[in-house]
Design a protein around this ligand. Structure first.
Ligand SMILES: [Zn+2]
Length: 263
């Protein structure tokens, strides 16, 4: 991902290597990333558990705080946080301020082009100005299942995703967004994933934005991504774990100051 690494080389982005929770599967880890809860505790232990999340998530906590939420994502996110089972006609284009994901553009074909998905996301951002926007492309995972992780198809799909990001990230960075780029899990040589191999578990976390410390010594965990986002959104009393030193202390101090003078 040459563009992301160019941002790293110029000091705009910092990348951390983190390990995904188990099982290294999609739906369980969507829930982990958005709730900070491991699959064995959330009960979303395989891809077939198609029900609403019963945990506090970035979406529910943001809504509780009166913030605006949006997602351009696979339909399993709609099932976890909005309506389950997914009804494409009803749910593909969601615009409902009562839902946890108020503005959604959901897809259900795993081959849905990343280029369209990023367009969907940018359109949601421009039309609804969400406080939190989840963008979830699927082509890399799909390429791994089709051709395996050691294939030109897999690697080239990653390169195309990097190129898509290069179309939008400069605008988002200029607009002052705090951006996290990560994966739910990796892939194995058998064109699948789910277990404990390093290729299945080792994933990146790129962070961009002035509220991150950009300290290389931080060791964030996948279960802390939810808490990091809650902190960035200014959500109080979220009770989610947050990685030590990943965020700038003066931001947190400012918030405490804000808290004191408003209470
Ligand atoms: Zn997969």
């Amino acid at each position: 991902m040459g563009f992301l690494h160019a941002l790293k080389e110029q000091g705009t982005a910092t990348v951390y290597k983190i390990q995904c929770e188990l099982p290294s599967m999609s739906r369980p880890l969507y829930e982990t990333i958005l709730t900070g809860v491991t699959p064995t505790l959330s009960g979303i232990v395989n891809n077939q558990v198609a029900r609403n999340s019963n945990q506090k998530s970035v979406f529910s906590l943001a809504r509780q705080a009166g913030l605006t939420t949006a997602a351009a994502a696979f339909h399993w996110y709609s099932e976890l946080y909005n309506c389950s089972p997914y009804d494409a006609v009803r749910d593909r284009h969601t615009q409902d301020t009562e839902q946890l994901i108020q503005y959604g553009c959901f897809y259900h074909g795993e081959h849905y082009a990343d280029s369209y998905l990023y367009l969907d996301a940018e359109s949601l951002r421009l039309r609804h100005d969400p406080d939190f926007l989840l963008i979830h492309p699927m082509n890399i995972d799909n390429a791994g299942h089709k051709e395996g992780m050691d294939s030109a198809h897999y690697r080239n799909t990653v390169r195309r995703s990097d190129s898509e990001l290069s179309k939008y990230l400069p605008t988002w960075i200029d607009a002052g967004y705090q951006i996290l780029i990560t994966a739910d899990h990796g892939m194995n040589d058998d064109k699948s994933h789910g277990g404990t191999l390093s290729t299945e578990r080792d994933i990146p976390l790129f962070v961009i934005g002035k509220h991150f410390s950009h300290q290389q010594s931080c060791t964030p965990k996948q279960i802390e991504i939810c808490g990091i986002i809650c902190e960035l959104l200014g959500i109080e009393d979220h009770n989610k774990s947050v990685s030590e030193n990943l965020l700038l202390k003066d931001q947190l101090m400012k918030k405490q100051y804000f808290k004191v003078i408003t209470s």
